[in-house]
Design a binder for this molecule. Structure first.
Ligand SMILES: [Zn+2]
Ligand SMILES: [Zn+2]
Length: 274
């Protein structure tokens, strides 16, 4: 399993195109996609599935059954609305085959445009992506209370007194922490106003070579050609690339990225999840 530190967040898991993608951000108590389910992920309480290609959700029966066997409350599993009923049937069939019972699970259907508060100070937006089957990207924001500009610089005792008397002295602001797009052919910064300045943008990069352009187009996956404009338009800290085709070696991936983004300052923005 790979561990990648990105500031105050750690991305943990694996991601290989067509094989399996599962990423956990322990600090946020969430998992993005669950193509396999390592036992260490069982205790994480929120799972966000981008789409129903097998390499992105087939760890779910393990996640659900292990929690059920351990008498844990079911984790919250957020899935695209288009496949929720079928997933429900799959989980029930597997449970029946396994133990002649149904496992307690908690599926929540998600549509593009949804805003989902999922922890005290965290909210997730379901954003549009561009894949061959219905798919959703996710953007996590932290909600913070910020002092209104008119109260900035006032003494602490005065602020405390205003707060005590119930004067609304703060505004809520949302800080974009991490976006995970799952499988997508392109990244549109129009899909959410905060997307282009999120701290970490996790983006697939299945195909790299010129000979793979047609395949990328046909299967609606990201090609290295699109990375150049993405890096230019992105004002956040890091772009983490995942989901490389299994046909590429680590050496080839590094070499291709170096060639595509020769400027070291721009390249410093890119992290590889390999
Ligand atoms: Zn995939
Ligand atoms: Zn896919």
């Amino acid at each position: 399993m790979i561990l990648l530190n990105c500031g105050n967040l750690t991305i943990e898991g694996e991601s290989i195109g067509g094989l399996a993608t599962y990423l956990r951000i322990k600090e946020l108590d969430l998992i993005f996609d669950l193509g396999r389910c390592p036992i260490s992920f069982i205790g994480t309480n929120h799972v966000f599935i981008t789409h129903f290609h097998l390499d992105h959700y087939f760890g779910l029966p393990i996640y659900v059954s292990q929690r059920w066997l351990s008498n844990m409350p079911p984790g919250k599993i957020f899935v695209p609305a288009e496949g929720m009923e079928q997933l429900q049937n799959i989980l029930d069939s597997i449970a029946k085959l396994d133990s002649q019972q149904t496992w307690n699970h908690h599926l929540i259907s998600v549509k593009i445009g949804d805003r989902i508060p999922f922890r005290r100070n965290l909210v997730i937006y379901a954003i549009a992506v561009n894949h061959i089957i219905p798919a959703i990207g996710y953007l996590v924001c932290e909600i913070r209370n910020k002092l209104k500009p008119e109260y900035l610089g006032r003494p602490g005792s005065e602020i405390a007194e205003l707060r005590r008397t119930g004067v609304p002295i703060t505004n809520q602001v949302e800080l974009p922490l991490i976006a995970y797009l799952g499988d997508t052919q392109s990244v549109s910064m129009d899909s959410h106003p905060l997307l282009n300045r999120c701290q970490i943008l996790v983006c697939e990069c299945t195909f790299l070579l010129p000979g793979d352009r047609q395949r990328a187009k046909k299967t609606k996956h990201f090609h290295l050609d699109s990375l150049i404009s993405l890096v230019k338009n992105f004002n956040g800290d890091k772009i983490i690339l995942t989901h490389f085709s299994q046909r590429y070696s680590t050496h080839l991936i590094q070499q291709q990225i170096e060639q595509a983004i020769p400027d070291p300052t721009q390249r410093a923005k890119i992290g590889l999840f390999i």
